[in-house]
Ligand binder design. Structure first.
Ligand code: 5AD
Ligand code: SF4
Length: 472
């Protein structure tokens, strides 16, 4: 028996080495290259995880396909709201029909939904054709799982971990963009907002070492990445449990020092932990983008208390005032939940008031979704569906008005823009992103993608601008 390393990432590279020849053999039998397709549901964390999964699949010989009609399909699932789950089940059946026609096809399900026992039960019972099921804590193990599955025919392989304290570094990754990338800084969440499933499916908060984060930023810069997004469920509580103290503000400074990185973003901070130190670093560090995504969730202090958010309406407003005063021109965006149990019309009007007072550049509005296992799932006084719908529509209208007002502020001005790609549907047009996260469409050719250029913002179209290129 050959020696299999028991340290990571060496162990996974060992499996990848073996799999490369096994997949090459399969490709020979198929008489073509084998392909993969990863569908990502949910947030930036999942998008980042999917890049890691793609890295492994490419390493062992799969080529990317643009549809699920592929030889290895992974659904990286989300469970933050019920509709995320529904969307997944709506599509797994279709995968089954594809598999019936393709003897080489393998199907894997992973991500947040798979951390819920009742969902795994459902897959076991109703979707036997799924080959591999794994969760959020062991995505680094994909190579090992594929190897195991390929050596044990006709069995559904299920490997779900309750939690982990382990962070595996230096695995391959296949990035979606050449010029921008996400970097995980924390995993998991310790906040336990009462509506939220995340702490249960992503586990306890763990911070990556600052030197590993900086190393990744340097490696990315060396490969041509100019914008990085620091990712975590609660980025500004970064640093808990590290051997050597490093706050989020200090980490931001370290990342800004990396040569070649021109823009730094972060997602998501929690209002309760947004320190003056972070505001100070944002003020002094031109690389940090002029955008703060600061989820408020509700404008009612009573609801915020029941949500376990650790701030009241006035505290949030004071923080926003401070951010706007200290960082003029910063774009402020938010998340809002409508219809949390017990929400009265008065509570709702407090939310509208916060939206008016903050003038959010954009707001993601969600209808409260009951998640099994969270404290709020057993709260009484559910808000009737028609009332929630009515409030949701009213809130949407207010948010839209405010974001249109906010966007107008820059009309006629010139801004630096990172060109992200072709404007879909319009030939000869490019799409770029401003430091404040807004998009602008302007004429230009493809070879400008990945560059930072000056663009005049001619016309505001509500959520985006039409502009003209000033320099190349
Ligand atoms: N119902 C509705 N929205 C939710 N979010 C998180 N959990 C729920 C839930 N149970 C929203 C929050 C969070 C965003 C990522 O998703 O607004 O900030
Ligand atoms: Fe992201 Fe949360 Fe959805 Fe998981 S459950 S994908 S962490 S939003």
């Amino acid at each position: 028996m050959e020696f299999i390393p028991n340290t990571e990432p060496e162990r996974q590279y060992w499996f990848m080495d073996r799999l490369r020849s096994m997949i090459a053999e399969e490709a020979q039998r198929a008489g073509r290259d084998l392909t993969y397709c990863i569908r990502t549901f949910g947030c930036q964390m999942n998008a980042k995880d999917s890049e890691k999964l793609a890295g492994v699949l490419e390493n062992i010989g799969y080529k990317e396909a643009d549809s699920e009609n592929a030889d290895f399909v992974i659904y990286n699932t989300c469970t933050v709201r019920e509709n995320a789950n529904t969307r997944v089940y709506g599509r797994i059946g279709y995968l089954g029909t594809l598999k019936a026609k393709n003897p080489f096809m393998k199907i894997a399900l992973c991500g947040c939904m798979m951390q819920e026992a009742h969902e795994v039960e459902k897959v076991k019972k109703s979707y036997r054709f799924v080959d591999i099921v794994f969760g959020t804590h062991n995505i680094f193990k994909l190579a090992e799982l594929i190897y195991e599955k390929m050596n044990s025919e006709n069995k559904q392989l299920i490997d779900i971990w309750e939690g982990t304290s382990e962070i595996v570094e230096d695995l391959p990754s296949s990035r979606k963009f050449d010029f921008k990338a996400g970097i995980n800084i924390t995993y998991g969440c310790d906040n336990f907002c009462t509506y939220c499933i995340v702490p249960y499916v992503r586990g306890r908060e763990r911070s990556r070492k600052p030197e590993d984060i900086v190393k990744e930023a340097k490696e990315l810069a060396a490969k041509g990445v100019i914008e990085v997004m620091l990712l975590g469920q609660n980025v500004n509580s970064y640093g808990k449990g590290l051997e050597e103290h490093c706050s989020f503000a200090e980490l931001l400074k370290k990342v800004c020092e990396v040569e070649g990185i021109k823009r730094v973003r972060f997602m998501t901070p929690h209002p309760k932990d947004f320190s003056d130190e972070v505001i100070e670093v944002m003020k002094n560090e031109p690389k940090i983008c002029a955008h703060v995504h600061l989820p408020v969730q509700s404008g009612s202090s009573a609801i915020l208390k029941r949500m376990n958010r650790h701030y009241a309406k006035e505290q949030y407003l004071t923080l926003v005032e401070k951010i706007k005063r200290e960082l003029p021109g910063v774009a402020l965006t938010t998340d809002i939940i409508v219809g949390f149990p017990g929400e009265t019309e008065e509570d709702f009007l407090d939310t509208v008031d916060v939206v008016r007072k903050c003038g959010f550049d954009s707001a993601f509005t969600f209808i409260y979704s009951k998640r099994t296992g969270t404290p709020a799932a057993s709260y009484p006084d559910e808000v009737p569906e028609d009332v929630v719908k009515d409030r949701f529509e009213r809130l949407l209208a207010v948010c839209r008005e405010e974001s249109e007002k906010a966007a107008e502020r820059l009309t006629g001005k010139t801004a630096e823009v990172l060109v992200e790609g072709l404007d879909e549907g319009k030939s000869g047009m490019l799409t770029g992103r401003l430091s404040n996260n807004l998009l602008v469409h302007f004429e230009g050719c493809e070879n400008l993608i990945g560059k930072i250029l000056k663009v005049k913002l001619d016309e505001c179209k509500g959520f985006y601008y039409l502009g003209s290129l000033l320099s190349e």
